[in-house]
Design a protein around this ligand. Sequence first.
Ligand code: MRU
Length: 358
Amino acid sequence: MAIPTIEWEGGKEGRMKIIDQTLLPQEFKFIYCDDVQTVWQAIKELKVRGAPAIGIAAAMGTYVGVKGLNTNNFEEFWKKLKEVTDYLRTSRPTAVNLFWALQRMEYAAQAYSHEPVETIKEMLFEEATEILEEDKDSSRAIGRFGAELIPKGSTVMTYCNAGGLATGGYGTALAVIYAAQEAGKDIKVYACETRPLLQGARLTSWELLHHGLDVTLICDNMVAHVMAEGRVDLVVVGADRIAVNGDAANKIGSYGLSIVAKEHGVPFYVAAPLSTFDLKIPSGSHIPIEERSPHEVTTFGGQRIAPEGVKVYNPAFDVIPARLITAIITEKGVIKKPNPNRVRKLVKEESYTVDRKQ
Ligand code: MRU
């Protein structure tokens, strides 16, 4: 069963519902997002997180922000819709899925600009629902393509959380693991804890246990030792934004993990839907890297662990260079040894060329 990370409850007059991921694994609780400020905050504070889920939340958040508008005038409606989408664009900078989804919502409104506003609202509801449904299908397809790359009896290492909690479906990296397991491949997993916000410890290990997988949790600084011991057959992680040359931004620590994998001859896979590709940027150095509050580093489990006054640097993502990536697994196929030609070919053929301006 897929985890109901983000859902719309009760038709177009209904409500947006998410799992509050900051409470996991201690508490499994849904929260409702009845206004756009609550959606913005949920994204900012990682109540809903992971690139595809952020995109879905932004699309639904757009509908939340305009569904109550009382006007018959398209210009007025469009002005308000732009205020909502521009506001949501400021929630988090790195995952391109956010900008992609918001642009899809804007395009949907423009495409029906000649229709009554009530019809445009219905189309926006349908667009947001479709983004969620497409993501469910994508995660299944990523799983199918990825599982073919996983030998029977493999031990897989993963980082952060690229599972159902990060998408509308089964995940990206974890979808590969689930599909391989379903194919009877007898998979074992090492989940890295992922400091500072512990998505690996709190979310990935919870999610994998929930699905009955054999998972072992390690601290991030154990990665090199565990690989040197020959315990890992391959690594699979998700991504937040992939540049034309195949450089992929993912949770901070992913770059280091890719270097360690290279040193030990361990294949390193990135799994992501086409909505995570940004064909407007040639390489990873153009990816905006989110910097988060020092508080995330100076505290642990609510306790202060560093002296008052210490300087902190807290980048939330880093970039895995394409040369360290064995293949990128998408819902439309696998890009082996990614380079600009191979990336462009697969992504362009699928017409994922919407303008992803921020
Ligand atoms: O800060 P987060 O928790 O949103 O970071 C999430 C990740 O880095 C994931 O690996 C990535 O979004 C891929 S999710 C399928």
